[in-house]
Design a protein around this ligand. Structure first.
Ligand code: NAD
Ligand code: UDP
Length: 313
C-alpha cells in the first residue's frame, strides 16, 4: 500500500511532536519541518530512527519544495512569551508561512490544515464563542502579532480555497496542555505545575478571575486527524477545545491540591489585552466530526504533572 506523505510544520513543538507520533502510528510517511524557534530536538529525538519519519530544519517564511499529500501547518510560537519576543517574526511566520504552504498545497494538490486559534476572537464579548463570532481584537497591541497574524492566515486560507480551489481545513484551537509543554515557555498550565512542584509561589496574573477552557493534547490530536479526513466541502473554521471553563484562580488551586504542594499564590499584574473569558462552543465539531473531549481537567493534569515530575528530577 502506498503511504500518505504528510508534512507537519512546527513538528518539533508541543502539539506538532504529538501529531507526528500519531501520524507515524497511522502508517503515514511523515516529514517534520521546524526552525526550533520555540520547539526542541528533544521533542522528536525518539522519532528520528523511525523509517516513517524525516526531519528538515527550515523556516516556513521561506518557500519549501517537497512532494506531499497532506500538510498540517502548525509552525508558529503559541506562548505569549515566545510570540512577543520577536513579534515581527511571529507575524511573518503566520502570514508568509501561510502563503508558502498554501502555494505548496496548490502545486501538489495537497489538503492543508491550519492550526488557527481562539485568539482570533480576541477578548470576546460573547461567551461561549461560536465560529460565527467575528471577534474583538486589538490590531495594534502586544498580542496583535499573534492574533492578527493568525486572522490574516485564515483570510489567506479562505482566499486560496475560493480562488484556487485548495482543499483547506481551518481549526480554531483553544488552550491545550499536556506532556512536552516546555517548562519555561510561560503558559499557565506549565508555569503553575513547575512552580507547584518546585514549591515556588504560583504567579497569578490579575485577580485570577479571567477564564480559560483547557483541552488535553490527546483529544486535540484526535480532532486534528478527524478534520483532515472530512469531505472536501468541510473547510471550517471549526472550534476545537474542551468547553468546561475554569477561572485561572481555580486552576491554581487545583494544581496546588493535585501536586500536594506547599506553594502559596502571589498576584502579579495582568498582561495587556489578556482575554477575560474563553470557552469554545463545539457544537459544529460534535456534529461534523462526531468528536468531543474525553479527558477532563483532573485526569489531564494528573498525566501532565507526572510528565513534569520526570523532567524536573
Ligand atoms: P509550540 O511553540 O510548542 O510549537 C510551535 C512550533 O513551530 C515550534 O516547534 C517552533 O519552533 C516552530 N516554528 C515557529 N516559527 C517557525 C518558523 N518560522 N518556521 C518553522 N517552524 C517554526 O506551540 P504549540 O502549542 O505546539 O502550537 C502549535 C500550533 O498550534 C501553533 O500554530 C499555535 O498557534 C497553535 N495553537 C496552539 C494552542 C495551544 O494551546 N497549544 C492553541 C491555539 C493554537
Ligand atoms: N497566567 C497566570 N500566570 C502565569 C501564566 C499565565 O495567571 O504564570 C494567566 C494569563 O494571564 C492568562 C491565562 O493564565 O489569563 C492563560 O495564559 P496562557 O499564556 O497560558 O494562554 P493565553 O493567555 O494565550 O490563553
Amino acid at each position: 500500500m502506498i503511504k500518505k506523505r504528510v508534512l507537519v510544520t512546527g513538528g518539533a513543538g508541543f502539539l506538532g511532536s504529538h501529531l507526528c507520533e500519531r501520524l507515524i502510528l497511522n502508517n503515514c510517511d511523515v516529514l517534520c519541518v521546524d526552525n526550533f524557534y520555540s520547539g526542541y530536538k528533544a521533542n522528536i529525538a525518539h522519532l528520528l530512527n523511525n523509517n516513517n519519519f524525516e526531519f528538515i530544519r527550515h523556516d516556513v517564511t521561506f518557500p519549501l519544495y517537497v512532494e506531499v499529500d497532506e500538510i498540517y501547518n502548525l509552525a508558529c510560537p503559541a506562548s505569549p512569551f515566545f510570540y512577543q519576543s520577536d513579534p515581527v517574526q511571529t507575524t511573518k511566520t503566520s502570514v508568509h508561512g501561510a502563503i508558502n504552504l498554501l502555494g505548496l498545497a496548490k502545486r501538489t494538490k495537497a489538503k492543508i490544515f491550519q492550526a488557527s486559534t481562539s485568539e482570533v476572537y480576541g477578548d470576546p464579548s460573547v461567551n461561549p464563542q461560536t465560529e460565527g463570532y467575528w471577534g474583538n481584537v486589538n490590531p495594534i497591541g502586544v498580542r496583535s502579532c499573534y492574533d492578527e497574524g493568525k486572522r490574516c492566515a485564515e483570510t489567506l486560507f479562505f482566499d486560496y480555497w475560493r480562488q484556487h480551489k485548495v482543499a483547506i481545513k481551518v481549526a480554531r484551537i483553544f488552550n491545550t496542555y499536556g506532556p512536552r509543554m516546555h517548562p519555561n515557555d510561560g503558559r499557565v498550565v506549565s508555569n503553575f505545575i513547575v512552580q507547584a512542584l518546585n514549591g515556588d509561589p504560583i504567579t497569578l496574573y490579575g485577580d485570577g478571575s479571567q477564564t480559560r477552557s483547557f483541552c488535553y493534547v490527546d483529544d486535540l490530536i484526535e480532532a486534528m486527524i478527524r478534520i483532515m479526513d472530512t469531505d472536501s466541502e468541510v473547510t471550517g473554521p471549526i472550534n476545537i477545545g474542551n468547553p468546561v471553563e475554569f477561572t485561572i484562580k481555580q486552576l491554581a488551586e487545583l494544581i496546588i491540591a493535585q501536586t500536594k504542594s506547599s506553594s502559596t499564590i502571589i498576584c502579579r499584574n495582568l498582561p495587556k489585552d489578556d482575554p477575560k473569558q474563553r470557552q469554545p462552543d463545539i457544537t459544529f465539531a460534535r456534529d461534523t466530526l462526531g468528536w468531543e473531549p474525553t479527558v477532563q481537567l483532573y485526569e489531564g493534569l494528573t498525566k501532565t504533572i507526572a510528565y513534569f515530575k520526570t523532567i524536573l528530577r
